[in-house]
Design a binder for this molecule. Structure first.
Ligand SMILES: [Zn+2]
Ligand SMILES: [Zn+2]
Length: 359
C-alpha cells in the first residue's frame, strides 16, 4: 500500500471533558478494511455527551479514544486480505462516506438485516464496530473502516454534504419505522438537523401536513422547507396548538427528535387515538410515559436506532436534490480547532446547526 507515513493528527479524548489534537499512529487496515483519508466530519448531538463522559462506560469503553462518526473522505489503500473485486471497487481515490454501525454479520439480528441491533454489540473480536462510539472514530486524518460500512459517493455530492449522510439516514430510517400513510398528519418535535430532515423525508413519503415544533431561526427554516411551524415558547403550549391544528384529534404519526425529557413526555400527548410515536431522540434522563393513554388509545410506541440499510437511498435523495442538506451546514473548522467547533455546536453560536470539521 502506498503509505501516507506512520503518524497522523487526531483529536484524542483522554478522559471526561479532556481532549487534545495530537499525533497517533495511522491505523493499519486489516481483514475487510480500507484506510481512508477523512475530509469532512460533522459534529453529532451525541458527540458532546460522549466528550463530557455522560455516556460512560458504554461510549467510549476506555481512554484514550477517538470519537466522530459522521464522516466522508477518500480511500487511500486496502488491507492485503481484501478480495480482488472489493479492492477494485474501493480503489485509492474512491470517494466514500462512512456509516457508524457495522454488525458482526453472523448473529441472529445481523442475519435479519438489523445490524444496528447486533447481539455482539461492542465486541470487536466478533467483528462488531460502532465507529466513534466503541471503535476508533473519524476526528482524525485517517480511519481504517470495514468496506461494509462504506458507501460510494455520487459525483454531485461534496464531502461536506456527504458528512450529513448519517443524520439523513437516521431520518430516513425513522420515517420508514413510522409507516406514514398518504395524506397523514405528521408532527416532528424538535427543529435540529434530524428534525428538519425527518420533516423533509416525511413530506416525500406522502404526509399531508407536517407540523414542526421548535423555535427561532431553526423553526423559520422548517417553515421555509414546507412545514407548518408551532413555536413551543408561545403561551398556551405546543400540545394544545398541535391538537387544535389537527382538528382536535392529534397527529397520525409523531416523531420525537429533540431527545429531552419534556419533549418526550409532550410528544405522547400529541398522538391521535390509534396513532404512532416514533422515538428518534435518545434522552439520557428517563421520561415518564402516560401508560393509560398509550394502552386505551392504542398508541404504538416505536423505538428507532441509527440508520441501517438506508444510506444509498438517502444519498440518492440528496444527490437528486429532493432532500436539501446544504442549508444545514453552518460552520467549518480545521481539526486543530475541535474545541472551538464543539463549543460553536453546543452553544448554537451564530445560528450553528451542523458544524463540520475538516481534518
Ligand atoms: Zn450521528
Ligand atoms: Zn451481529
Amino acid at each position: 500500500m502506498a503509505g501516507p507515513g506512520t503518524e497522523m493528527k487526531a483529536v484524542v479524548l483522554d478522559g471526561p471533558g479532556s481532549f487534545q489534537a495530537r499525533p497517533l499512529p495511522i491505523p493499519e487496515p486489516r481483514g475487510d478494511e480500507v484506510l481512508c483519508r477523512v475530509m469532512s466530519v460533522a459534529i453529532c448531538g451525541s458527540d458532546p455527551k460522549i466528550v463530557k463522559g455522560a455516556t460512560r462506560p458504554t461510549w467510549p469503553p476506555s481512554y484514550p479514544f477517538v470519537i466522530g462518526h459522521e464522516w466522508a473522505g477518500e480511500v487511500v489503500g486496502g488491507s492485503a486480505d481484501l478480495a480482488a473485486s472489493q479492492a477494485a471497487k474501493f480503489r485509492p481515490g474512491t470517494r466514500v462516506a462512512g456509516e457508524a454501525h457495522k454488525g458482526c454479520g453472523s448473529c441472529e439480528n445481523c442475519l435479519r438485516g438489523r445490524y444496528n441491533l447486533c447481539l455482539d454489540y461492542g465486541n470487536e473480536a466478533a467483528g462488531h464496530r460502532h465507529y466513534g462510539f466503541t471503535s476508533q472514530g473519524a476526528y482524525a486524518e485517517y480511519i481504517a473502516v470495514s468496506i461494509q460500512a462504506l458507501h460510494l459517493l455520487p459525483d454531485a455530492i461534496s464531502f461536506d454534504q456527504a458528512a450529513m449522510l448519517d443524520t439523513a439516514g437516521v431520518a430516513v430510517h425513522a420515517v420508514q419505522r413510522g409507516r406514514i400513510g398518504i395524506g397523514d398528519t405528521v408532527v416532528v418535535v424538535g427543529d435540529g438537523p434530524i428534525g428538519i430532515l425527518t420533516m423533509q423525508y416525511a413530506r416525500t413519503a406522502g404526509a399531508g401536513e407536517v407540523i414542526v415544533v421548535g423555535s427561532g431561526p431553526r423553526l423559520q427554516m422548517a417553515r421555509e422547507l414546507g412545514a407548518t411551524g408551532v413555536d413551543f415558547t408561545d403561551v398556551g403550549g405546543s400540545i394544545d396548538r398541535v391538537v387544535t391544528l389537527t382538528g382536535g384529534m392529534g397527529a397520525d404519526v409523531v416523531f420525537e427528535c429533540a431527545g429531552i425529557r419534556s419533549s418526550c413526555e409532550q410528544s405522547v400527548m400529541m398522538v391521535r387515538k390509534g396513532g404512532r410515536l416514533v422515538m428518534v431522540g435518545n434522552p439520557i434522563e428517563p421520561a415518564t410515559i402516560p401508560w393509560g393513554k398509550v394502552s386505551l388509545d392504542e398508541i404504538e410506541l416505536i423505538g428507532c436506532r441509527a440508520n441501517p440499510n438506508v444510506s444509498d437511498r438517502a444519498l440518492r435523495l440528496i444527490s437528486t436534490g429532493v432532500i436539501r442538506v446544504e442549508g444545514l451546514i453552518t460552520h467549518n473548522f480545521p481539526l486543530d480547532d475541535f474545541g472551538e467547533a464543539l463549543a460553536t455546536f453546543v452553544e448554537q453560536r451564530d445560528g450553528a446547526m451542523k458544524v463540520v470539521v475538516n481534518p
